[in-house]
Design a protein. Structure first.
Length: 454
């Protein structure tokens, strides 16, 4: 089936919709070169990896419509591994659509979303984790996200999985040999040695699985709720962190009735700040709704800032919130330190405390640093090659359950044939991670999340 797909030449506009300085149409497949030649009036013939000046002519009047630069990347030295042509015309949707229409008339078909990258994968140029990284890179909103995606695109995750897989394959080979030569009285690997080897693999995979905690953060970001009594300066802190006047700051307690949210980048990690309306009881209906929402925001948040007022003794409800946050990622912020007030004791809590002044900006950098250290070091290791999506995490989790089952099989002294089934299932999961054995429907699902032209 892959054969038939590759027989077709695909075309798409690869630049975003709308008008731009330039717009690019991409053609990939066995007839890309021939179709490009039919579409363009070239002064000199297309040659591998060389930009060529080209004119685009109106098919009806044959008068010149636009000038373009066309580049041919010859098979297999192209993104898709096939003959690939990129035509960079002026970014008028009319011209770009004309090029696509002409390409269709000459036998190309419209590319599905992500099909260029899918072809790169099918031709073996990149593996599945790298293909996913292309999408992540395109979608990245911060430089840190882009760097993580670039590492994965470069094969960091695949490189990390390779040695683990190697160990597994060796174990499988030894066990298979034991079965094949059982009659010849070959020494079987002792159970203890099998378990040791399985453990080695498990340790690596568990570490990899844990990297998803950070990968998910890098990929999807975090939400941080700012909570505290009315008037302690939540909205002012929110504004400081957002560095714009977005939340409403007032001197009347309880005015932030609805939740105000804003996305910021914290050291490259997308952070959704939620300014809440304070958590005290209220008789005002609108305010009560705000309080309810605040409670939900607090429950859902990945990070919590509990804002208290410097110099004011900790109140009962504040102490309760702090207590309820035990084990969660949270910070106490003593705001209004500019008022030069005494340190207020924050009780038994082991939660970190940062002093700030939303008014003067004092301590805001410390607050950012404290937040960043909470966010950045979930496993206490800086890793290269981390899991960044649920699909990858599931594959590793299932690979691990195969290993658990294998160890149980050893413990039960079942024949090695049974144990091998579990190890093969782990191997299949690792293969599916990089896409070596992934069913077509799953591939389709993955690539359909790309945009057209990628
Ligand atoms: P919220 O109700 O917790 O959101 O508090 P606001 O941000 O609306 O601030 C309440 C009042 O405290 C406003 O008058 C702010 O100007 C003031 N305020 C906020 N932060 C500070 C601070 O760090 N120092 C001083 N002196 N006043 C502050
Ligand atoms: Zn407020």
């Amino acid at each position: 089936e892959q054969e038939s797909i590759a027989h077709e030449t695909i075309v798409a506009i690869s630049t975003p919709p709308g008008r731009g300085g330039i717009g690019i149409v991409r053609l990939s497949g066995p007839h890309a070169l021939e179709i490009a030649n039919a579409l363009l009036t070239l002064r000199s013939p297309l040659a591998h990896a060389l930009a060529r000046f080209a004119e685009i002519h109106d098919p009806e009047s044959n008068s010149k419509l636009d000038e373009a630069i066309a580049t041919w990347f010859a098979k297999p030295k192209s993104y898709t591994g096939e003959d690939l042509i990129e035509i960079a015309a002026h970014g008028s949707p009319v011209i770009l659509e004309l090029l696509v229409r002409l390409a269709l008339q000459h036998g190309a078909r419209l590319a599905r979303p992500g099909e260029f990258t899918e072809r790169a994968f099918l031709s073996g140029r990149i593996d599945l984790t790298q293909a996913e990284a292309v999408r992540d890179l395109i979608e990245s909103q911060t430089l840190y996200q882009a760097r993580t995606a670039a590492e994965q695109m470069d094969g960091a995750l695949s490189r990390r999985i390779r040695p683990v897989k190697q160990t597994l394959v060796e174990l499988i080979a030894v066990l298979e040999a034991g079965i094949d030569f059982a009659e010849d009285d070959v020494d079987l690997m002792p159970d203890a040695e099998i378990v040791t080897r399985i453990d080695t693999i498990s340790v690596d995979l568990e570490k990899l699985a844990r990297s998803f905690e950070h990968g998910r953060i890098v990929h999807s970001g975090l939400t941080m709720a700012i909570v505290g009594r009315p008037n302690v300066g939540k909205s002012s802190l929110f504004n400081r962190l957002v560095e714009r006047e977005r939340a409403i700051v007032t001197a009347t307690p309880g005015t932030t009735r609805d939740l105000v949210t804003e996305r910021v980048s914290l050291g490259g990690i997308p952070l959704e700040l939620v300014d809440t309306a304070g958590l005290r009881e209220s008789t005002d209906e609108a305010e009560s709704i705000g309080i309810q929402k605040s409670r939900e925001a607090l429950a859902d948040a990945d990070l919590v800032l509990v804002v208290i007022e410097a110099g004011v003794p900790l109140r009962e409800d504040e102490a309760q919130i702090i207590q309820s946050l035990a084990g969660r990622k949270a910070l106490i912020v003593r705001n209004k330190i500019d008022l030069d007030l005494e340190d207020n004791a924050v009780g038994e809590s082991t939660m970190a405390v940062v002093g700030t002044s939303a008014r003067t900006g004092q301590g805001i950098d410390d607050l950012r640093a404290a937040l960043l250290s909470m966010v950045r070091a979930p496993t206490g290791e800086s890793e290269s090659g981390i899991l960044t999506n649920l699909r990858q995490h599931q594959a590793v989790t299932e690979a691990l359950s195969g290993l658990v089952a294998a160890e149980e099989a050893v413990a039960r002294k079942t024949p090695h044939e049974m144990l091998l089934l579990d190890l093969y299932s782990t191997l299949r999961q690792l293969d599916s991670l990089t896409g070596e054995t992934t069913a077509d429907d799953i591939l389709n699902r993955i690539f359909s999340t790309f945009c057209i032209g990628k």
